[in-house]
Write a protein that binds this ligand. Structure first.
Ligand code: 5GP
Length: 237
């Protein structure tokens, strides 16, 4: 493997001979609770790389700018444009679930929100990823006011494209998290990954979770692996 640029909880980024491209290796690590819970799930890296590639392709077809270039078929590795990442998480919610319910217990689990909502969080495990209001982004020099509006617009488009895609395979997109970066020309685009680690997907008929909530809620590693394999089959075919 070439020279490492950085390593996170679930991915390693490598340099390529092209300075505007990177290789992203998806690890078999699975984590939750700001990294306090951690296990190895053999095969997870390949599943997540494959699902990410499929969903990025859907976004590209839907005219959403992303960093995706291609998937290496033999390894859990994706080729992508090199981005300067913005250290925030952008969450979009269609139904009430997860931390939204903890924050606003007047909603019931699974209640449809009147409109999809977009939230921003600072990526910082020590501070437990505090929620940001839009003005915090220029204040903390994370993004300009114009970029904040652009990120909201792109996130809503991601939601529309993916909700439509998942509905066709009988899954509801409850909520998801994406991350943004700027390419060498300063263009904003969706980076990072898109898979069952970063979204809630409920089967329309049964309400069964097809995502990482099974792990967060204490499911055995065998149960978690079953769900990831089921999701892969449903999403990629
Ligand atoms: P919540 O804020 O309810 O915990 O999460 C909302 C959505 O964003 C869920 O789909 C969840 O999977 C995703 N999400 C929130 N924080 C993270 C994170 O740190 N990493 C990943 N991969 N996804 C996250």
């Amino acid at each position: 493997m070439p020279e490492k640029i950085s390593e996170g909880k679930t991915k390693i980024i490598y340099k390529t001979p092209d300075k505007d491209e990177v290789l992203i290796e998806f690890k078999d690590d699975i984590t939750a609770l700001d990294g306090e819970k951690h296990d190895i799930l053999p095969g997870k890296g390949e599943i997540n790389a494959t699902i990410s590639a499929k969903l990025f392709e859907e976004l590209e077809r839907g005219d959403v700018p992303t960093h995706f270039i291609s998937l290496d078929p033999s390894k859990p590795v994706m080729r992508a444009k090199r981005l300067e990442m913005i250290p925030i998480e952008v969450v979009c919610r269609n139904l009430a679930a997860g931390h939204f319910l903890q924050r606003f217990p007047m909603f019931t689990k699974g209640e449809k929100l009147r409109m999809p909502i977009v939230e921003f969080f600072l990526k910082n495990d020590e501070l437990h990823d505090p929620m940001l209001v839009e003005d915090h982004l220029p204040l903390l020099a994370l993004a300009s006011g114009e970029e904040v509006q652009k990120m909201k617009e792109i996130t809503r488009r991601v939601n529309a494209v993916l909700s439509d895609f998942f509905q066709k395979i009988e899954l509801t997109l409850v909520d998801f998290k994406i991350e943004f970066g700027r390419d060498s020309a300063g263009e904003l685009m969706v980076g990072d990954e898109l898979n069952c680690d970063s979204m809630r997907l409920w089967e329309i008929d049964t309400g069964e979770a097809f995502d990482k909530d099974v792990y967060r809620k204490g499911g055995s590693l065998d149960q978690v692996k079953d769900i990831y394999v089921k999701s892969l089959r449903r999403i990629v075919g």
